[in-house]
Write a new protein. Structure first.
Lengths: 717, 211
């Protein structure tokens, strides 16, 4: 008898009676049917997919309390507790759209992002390396975007009426001082960081996040690559030197290192140069990176870079060019940074790091030694919390310390030293909230305490974006930004306050099917700029002011013509300042009213080559002619450049690369220097500041050695 | 009391046996469905079934593998790059779940390489270098986990063939691999009744272009 009961129980455990039919319809918020949604009784096989009309129907043998779930890509999952007791169930379900999808609105005012993985980006990481005329320099490539001005004698990023020092570089969130290499006076410098190191670049021409401080005009945020996937050795033979790099990969970590030697001497022997070199630049550079994955999503990154370079030249007197002064220069540079990223639970992410900067310049001018040393540290922690799908909160704190010392021997051979130590402590908080797929707002606040100035500042940063149509979207941004004055002024007056800029930006952008159109209007107000009292550089105040306003256009199309990718940028800039030695308000010498560039790239598979071409135009810049009454009354000729490059891939692991700038040999003049004293006729004699050589030619051969022979260095060029 | 013990143990075992049978039956039906699917809707329906089974059977890698395979199949038919990427994101999601259950399964790793191969097709000019290298390396890893996996060999042959064609290099090595993969398809035997069985056609397609 007992056995019989157990037997019955045993069968009951296998075959349950009382099946129920669950049916219904799944629609979106607009009442449209959703086909292909997955309807299931959680933890069982029972379920169905919705039909084209959104209907579903299935039979389940489950009983009791169960959870019914409905999921579909791009929508929030729907779950409901149901009671199964043999009765049929019918449901009408509305799925809500998930917001963080590819087609949601994003804040685009002021920012250009370039990444490998992100699909809705204006630039791709590889673009930075393959733009003709950029010679694989990050700033060179970004100079083809709207909002920048070509300042040929500097090579730095000048953004919207700001000078080169107003653009701050960050690597993995950590600040970089002296981001540009050493260069002779009035010759362009190159960025110290090679584009191939980075998986993503975000270049902001204004209105950036409260996370980034100590930048008046622009933030260049570089994200270094994650763990490498492939063991490889790269060798480059260049017309100006050579490099060797190696990457070693393990399961959870990777190490890579690169050594580069640059010697322009043989090149300068061949091509006439504007500069009278005694010893043209030679530099030795090494960099190394280590990556370690931690846990499921965490990563620790270490990066280090050192550079040693030197050169010497003769400076010719303007009045009497035969009279020369020897100028010898040595630069020692080191940068190291350690950063981490770790998720804590589902909702929190912690990231942060530490960076160390060291820069030493030693100059001997006409036998008199002088030099400067700058050391900087930066420590930062940021916490991010996804409060919900729609709201994200970010807050953090950082500490920056800059110590600076300049010394020189005066005419009595007594050492004169100017130095300062400036600790800066800052905290920020920012929230980003999506009201819908069409509307997003970001509000942040940043507070800084400047040790030298002994003052606390509080700055708001706000942006909103609205996407009324399927494609186009509007963004608005406002923010107040500040930066301590440059070392050369702060060392004279340690009590100088931070310079301040306010940005107002309106942006419209459409990205559709590999075509991008973008336009931006902005107004920027400068306050508290450094000013000389009565033109005396030994007496500095913060009474300078200025403004910049303009509009910009950008068009990129990689769709219309097969294998052709091109972009066109135009910037209009109207800017004036009353700062430094300006006796009256005037346009600064680095600003040009119109900047225009066209970049084209085409891969021709028949000859296995990629061709690139870039044309740039900048309208005349002002210069001050002491022979004239009007301050900054002179006008340089317009700047023009046509550059070309070609990368030929005869074998998958071999690249031959040739590039040439200024093919047409346009005589670009960036400004004029004048003699300190007038000549016998009472006029100040001028000398044009030209390009160091009319053209720059570069030839390189690059090999990649790896187990897989199809890998080459094209992404790095 | 003894009887009770025996019966409950028996009941438990039969239950397990039936459960396993139920799993294999459900899987087999859907595997047939996905191999024979004609439209994206049919593939999606099969994927949904695999996802339901996967959610119920927490220790089986096959449901996630096949769901992921379904998304890769859909991506091969999709022309829009953004949508293709979305499908490949879903495929990767499934692969990550499968890998969490069985990290050293050659079939999962081979499918991962397939995903990289499809990523290249979205934007060959900018993605080619990175993803083709990753795909090749991943196929190599799949073969080191199981040297007899014909799918890993066939995919490797396909990838090598495409690269050789692009560089106008000899396709000899790629064609040898395609031939070898066909031999491997013939002799391949798995203890797992639910083991994947696709891929022979693509090897034959490569071989056709070789002659």
């Amino acid at each position: 008898m007992k056995a019989a009961i157990f037997l019955i129980l045993f069968f009951v455990s296998l075959f349950t009676f009382g099946q129920a039919t669950i049916s219904g319809v799944v629609k979106d918020e607009k009442g449209e049917a959703i086909p292909g949604a997955n309807v299931s009784v959680e933890g069982t096989y029972d379920g169905a997919s919705t039909e084209l009309d959104g209907h579903f129907r299935f039979v389940t043998a489950e009983t009791g309390e169960q959870v019914l779930s409905i999921t579909f890509v791009g929508y929030k999952s729907f779950t409901q507790t149901i009671q199964l007791n043999g009765q049929d169930i019918e449901l009408q379900v509305v799925l809500k759209e998930a917001i963080n999808q590819l087609d949601a609105v994003v804040i685009s005012a002021g920012s250009f992002t370039a990444g490998e993985e992100k699909r809705r980006t204006i630039l791709k990481a590889v673009d930075i390396a393959t733009t003709a005329g950029a010679t694989a320099d990050i700033a060179g490539a970004l100079n083809t975007l709207p909002g920048t001005q070509k300042v040929g004698e500097s090579g730095r990023l000048f953004v919207r009426g700001g000078d080169g020092s107003e653009t701050r570089t960050f690597i993995d969130g950590m600040m970089v001082l002296n981001a540009y290499g050493a260069a002779a006076p009035n010759t362009p410098s190159r960025g110290r960081f090679m584009p191939f190191m980075f998986k993503g670049t975000s270049f902001s021409t204004g209105g950036y996040s409260a996370e980034y401080g100590q930048a008046l005009s622009s933030a260049l945020v570089l994200d270094s690559k994650d763990k490498a996937d492939i063991n490889q050795t790269d060798i480059g033979l260049l017309s100006v030197g050579g490099d060797v790099a190696h990457t070693q990969v393990w399961d959870r970590s990777s190490v890579s290192g690169k050594v580069q030697y640059t010697n322009i001497r043989p090149y300068f022997g061949l091509i006439n140069q504007e500069v009278d070199w005694i010893k043209p630049p030679v530099s030795l550079e090494g960099s190394g990176a280590f990556r370690q994955q931690v846990g499921d999503h965490g990563i620790v990154k270490l990066y280090g870079n050192f550079n040693r370079s030197d050169f010497s030249l003769y400076q010719h007197d303007i009045l009497n060019p035969v009279q020369v002064k020897a100028f010898e220069y040595k630069n020692n540079y080191g940068y190291g940074n350690a950063s981490f990223l770790q998720s804590i639970g589902n909702r929190w992410t912690a990231r942060g790091g530490f960076s160390y900067n060291y820069n030493e310049d030693d100059v001997v001018l006409d036998g008199g030694p002088m030099g400067q040393i700058e050391k900087g540290t930066h420590t930062k922690f940021v916490f991010e919390n996804s409060v919900s799908d729609q709201v994200e909160l970010r807050f953090g704190a950082e500490h920056i310390n800059i110590s600076y010392e300049a010394s020189r021997l005066d005419s009595l051979s007594i050492q004169q030293v100017l130095k300062f130590n400036n600790p800066i402590t800052a905290a920020f908080m920012e929230a980003e909230a999506y009201a819908s797929k069409q509307f997003v707002a970001r509000a942040g606040i940043r507070s800084e305490y400047i040790g030298l100035e002994e003052k606390i500042s509080i700055d708001p940063r706000v942006s909103v974006a609205y996407k009324p149509f399927e494609q186009g979207q509007f963004s608005l941004a406002y923010g107040r930004f500040r930066q301590t004055p440059q070392n050369q002024y702060l060392r004279v007056n340690n009590k100088l306050a931070e310079e301040v800029a306010e940005h107002y930006i309106l942006n419209y952008q459409v990205i559709n099917n590999n075509r991008t159109f973008r336009t931006e209007v902005y107004y920027k107000k400068y306050l508290k700029l450094v000013k000389f009292v009565n033109g005396n550089p030994g007496q500095l105040t913060n009474s300078g002011t200025g403004y910049a306003r303009g509009f910009e256009l950008f068009w990129r199309d990689s769709e219309s013509v097969k294998n052709l990718d091109y972009w066109v940028s135009y910037s209009y800039l109207d800017t004036e300042r009353d700062y430094l030695n300006f006796p009256v308000t005037s346009t600064p010498t680095f600003a040009s009213r119109h900047n225009f560039s066209v970049v084209g790239k085409r891969f021709v598979s028949a000859i296995k080559s990629q061709f690139g071409i870039t044309y740039s135009y900048s309208s005349p810049r002002v210069y001050n002619n002491p022979n004239e009454e009007i301050f900054n009354g002179g006008r340089t000729p317009a700047y023009q450049d046509l550059s070309f490059n070609v990368a030929y891939l005869p074998k998958p692991f071999l690249i031959i690369y040739v590039s040439a700038t200024n093919l047409l040999g346009h005589d670009n003049i960036f400004g004029y220097e004048f003699s300190e004293t007038p000549d016998s006729n009472g006029t100040y004699v001028s000398r044009a500041i030209r390009q160091p050589a009319p053209r720059f030619l570069f030839l390189g051969v690059f090999f990649t050695i790896s187990k897989n022979k199809s890998i080459n260095q094209l992404p790095n060029l | 009391m003894k009887k009770l013990m025996i019966i409950s143990v028996l009941s438990f075992c039969t239950g397990l046996l039936f459960a396993n049978d139920k799993y294999e039956k459900a899987m087999q039906a859907n595997i047939d469905a996905i191999y024979n699917a004609q439209s994206p809707e049919q593939i999606q329906a099969a994927i949904n079934s695999f996802e339901r089974i996967g959610a119920a059977e927490k220790s089986k890698w096959e449901p996630f593998y096949y769901a992921s395979f379904g998304y890769v199949m859909m991506s091969t038919r999709e022309l829009d790059g953004t949508k293709k990427d979305l499908l490949l994101d879903k495929a990767t999601e499934g692969l990550n779940k499968a890998k969490a259950i069985r990290a050293d399964e050659s079939e999962i790793v081979a499918l991962e390489g397939f995903v990289y191969m499809m990523r290249v097709t979205v934007d060959p000019a900018t993605r080619g270098q990175q993803y083709s290298g990753m795909a090749m390396q991943t196929f190599g890893k799949a073969l080191s986990l199981n040297p007899n996996n014909p799918r890993a060999m066939a995919l490797l042959a396909q990838m090598e063939f495409g690269t050789a064609q692009f560089f106008k290099a000899p396709t000899t090595s790629a064609c040898e691999k395609a031939t070898k993969s066909l031999e491997m398809f013939e002799s391949y035997k798995s203890e797992n009744a639910l083991a994947p069985a696709w891929g022979k056609e693509s090897a034959m397609r490569v071989l056709k272009q070789c002659n």
